[in-house]
Ligand binder design. Structure first.
Ligand code: CDP
Ligand code: MG
Length: 701
């Protein structure tokens, strides 16, 4: 395999990886001892934050809002809540909350801290993420949660009165790393719910000044937050910034000399070459950034194909995935220290960029892309786009946390100048329909008066409001919540799914719709590996296939899972993920509670698939698409060319009516739709008309 890397300044352009590895060899010599044999307590005391413990506690005592600036991995998330706990902030039934923008970050960090504290997870230390609560109402003192969950909690407890301190992690990209990466003057990449939560917390602090906030932030964001949390003129002890210097080792950067067509393959090659030519003892783990689960699985598969050719003399290779679709226990594999004579390769989504820290990484391979929500189209649409410059810097930095490292960028040095400086905060880019419904649910009616850290474009707010009016969630005249809207705001699903649940009353199919709603909330229920095993799995899956499409196929799989006693063995022989199926069971139970509470019956449609499909359309009529002769579809909204995802049972089949609704849309090189069901075109019109715009006569989308 020939490599096309060169390092500016160190090796001539076009030279192979061999030369590059020589210099890495030298760097590797100076690697510090592994932390495997160091006790937990000692590890804690080694973190940069440890020496600032007293100062931190003093500041939190004194100031309402403390903005902590420290590099990723310095111990903010794992240590600070423990310091507060030890100092008595969780006395008298109080809870210390720490929010994370991602599910994986919340669960992995909670697990780690439970270990450090010596508690069973879910007891003194717990976590809460959507559809999964591993915490105890009475006993949990330190609670990790996604910011979305804490935001939701304000609907039940508007002053968040159980919490004495709330720490919000804002996922900071690093400001600058090395000379040639220069300064980044703006660096934001906050998640949508981080911003919504900050807005609500600011409001709460006015009414309950005893609440303490800690905002963990990047250098460049710190002044934004300081400004945001200070009144004008500033009052004493309102907000302050605390800087904690971190440790960072130099990271060499290598680029491709030619752009690559296929960065997944390139990443695999790079891992392989690196492994064969790197240290004999396997020291120096590798972190690979790809954009999503499918790419990660492909890379795993391609590496596994190469493994039989690994020479006996080479160290072992332990490849582990990291993405949001993994179970908590699978995620934790990533953090296991590699044994001597074995090299760990973590293949991850953007999660490992700033939300989780893995020790022992010496090599980073960066594909240069990220998957984000699409600003233009709405419902569940994702696009793959080049990362920002600040992301590139942050990703490279992951190689230099414990010793000098190397980052291989799978793009050319020229393309660096084309990267945008930073990615705008999510709130300015994404569909706001569900968040705005939730803000209304919190009684925040005047959205223009809501204090955004970064205000979203007015047109996005307006579009969301129109959608909500069209969906019957807001009154047309005063944009206040309707009776249904107020209820839907409480349910943790997007409004399309919510409308389906409410629609099931009319179509008498609550039983089945509930299952479908749970199954679509879980990703990747079917496990279809590549190769021969995949063909077998595909045959197994066909046993569940419904003519009508994916929604009913999912329903069949779920019902069979229940009929065969929820057995993991049974799942294995039927190409189903036991973990995903179990999650669906739990989500279904939770959604069912909402249905009961809102008086929605859970009758069965008794096998009447037409009724069921009409109910699907009542929720998803905005996602209609028409089949065209070349096997693709055109969306009703926007007339976009859509490709069916290969996982769909509709992949090779033309719908008899020529029409479908779909649940999800994703943009990579082309726009793909997943989870399709065949429908009659009249049904789309029927729902379209219900939401017809009074003024223009156009169907509102
Ligand atoms: O929040 P911040 O990025 O400052 O750091 P952290 O998440 O508190 O991580 C501090 C250290 O804890 C990391 O450098 C890891 O050594 C360790 N850690 C771990 O071993 N397992 C985890 N799940 C999380 C952190
Ligand atoms: Mg953190």
């Amino acid at each position: 395999m020939s490599m096309q890397f060169w390092k500016p300044g160190t090796v001539a352009p076009g030279s192979s990886l061999d030369r590059a590895t020589e210099s890495e060899g030298a760097l590797l010599q100076s690697a510090p001892v592994s932390t495997a044999f160091v006790g937990l307590q000692e590890q804690r005391e080694r973190l940069p934050i440890f020496r600032y413990k007293r100062q931190l506690l003093y500041t939190v005592e004194k100031y309402g809002v403390t903005i902590v600036v420290a590099e990723t991995g310095s111990g903010k998330t794992t240590q600070l809540p423990q310091y507060l706990f030890e100092a008595g902030w969780a006395a008298k039934g109080h809870v210390i909350a720490c929010t994370q923008p991602r599910r994986v970050a919340a669960t992995s960090v909670a697990t780690r801290v439970a270990q450090e504290v010596g508690s069973i997870l879910g007891d003194e230390v717990g976590y809460t993420i959507r559809f999964e609560d591993v915490s105890d109402k009475q006993r949990t003192r330190i609670k990790y949660m996604t910011d979305g969950m804490l935001f939701r909690e304000t609907m039940v407890d508007p002053l968040l009165s159980r919490y004495s301190v709330i720490m919000v992690c804002t996922v900071p990209p690093e400001s600058s790393l090395r000379a040639d990466d220069n300064k980044v003057d703006e660096a934001h990449e906050r998640s949508l719910y981080t911003d919504l939560l900050l807005g609500v917390l600011k409001k709460i602090r006015r009414k309950r000044p005893s609440l303490r906030l800690i905002i963990s932030s990047a250098t460049l964001d710190a002044s934004t937050f300081l400004h945001y949390f200070s009144s004008s003129p500033p009052q004493p002890f309102e907000a302050t910034v605390l800087n904690i210097p971190g440790r960072m080792y130099p990271v060499e950067i290598a680029y491709l000399s030619e752009p690559t067509e296929d960065y997944v393959r390139k990443a695999v090659q790079t891992v392989w070459d690196l492994h064969l030519k790197g240290n004999r003892d396997g020291s120096g783990d590798v972190l690979v950034f790809l954009t999503g689960r499918e790419e990660i699985e492909r890379a795993l598969y391609e590496i596994s194909e190469l493994l039989p050719t690994l020479p006996n003399s080479a160290p072992r290779l332990n490849v582990v995935p990291l993405h949001a679709g993994l179970s908590t226990s699978d995620q934790l594999q990533v953090f296991q220290t590699s044994e001597r004579g074995s090299r760990k390769v973590v293949i991850s989504t953007n999660i490992a960029e700033a939300s989780v820290t893995i020790d022992g990484i010496k090599f980073v391979i960066d594909c240069g892309f990220i998957r984000v929500h699409n600003p233009v189209t709405s419902l569940s649409s994702l696009v793959t786009q080049p990362i920002s410059f600040s992301s590139a810097v942050q990703r490279a930095g992951r190689a230099g946390r414990t010793a000098p490292g190397v980052c291989y960028r799978l793009y050319t040095v020229d393309s660096l100048s084309q990267l945008s400086k930073s990615t705008a905060p999510e709130v300015t880019r994404v569909d706001l329909t569900t968040p705005i419904l939730q803000l209304k649910g919190l009684g925040i009616d005047d959205l223009m008066k809501f204090e955004w850290v970064s205000p979203p474009p007015a047109e996005n707010v307006l579009r969301a409001l129109e959608t909500l009016v069209a969906a019957g969630m807001l009154n047309r005249d005063d944009a206040r919540l309707t009776e249904v809207g107020a209820k839907v705001a409480e349910v943790p699903v997007d409004i399309g799914v919510a409308r389906m649940l409410w629609g099931s009353k009319e179509f008498k199919c609550g039983e089945e719709i509930l299952t479908i709603a749970a199954m679509v909330a879980v990703q990747d229920v079917f496990v279809i590996p590549d190769g021969a095993a995949g063909a077998m799995a595909e045959l197994e899956r066909r046993k569940f296939t419904a003519e009508e499409g994916d929604h009913l196929t999912l329903l069949n799989a779920y019902n069979a899972f229940i009929r065969y006693g929820k057995s993991s063995k049974w799942c294995q022989t039927h190409a189903l993920s036991f973990r995903a199926m179990s999650r669906a069971v739990s989500i279904r139970a939770q959604l069912k509670k909402y249905m009961t509470r809102f008086g929605l019956p859970t009758e069965s449609c008794e096998g009447d698939a037409t009724r069921l499909r009409r109910c699907l359309v009542s929720g998803m009529w905005r996602n209609g698409a028409k089949w065209v002769a070349d096997g693709t579809y055109r969306s009703v909204r926007g007339n976009v060319t859509l490709h069916v995802h290969p996982n769909s049972v509709m992949f090779t089949r033309k719908p008899r009516s020529g029409w479908v609704v779909f649940h999800e849309m994703e943009e990579t090189k082309k726009t793909q739709i997943r989870v399709l069901t065949e429908i009659e075109p009249d049904w789309l019109l029927e729902y379209g008309h219900k939401y017809l715009d009074r003024h223009t006569g156009e169907v509102k989308t």
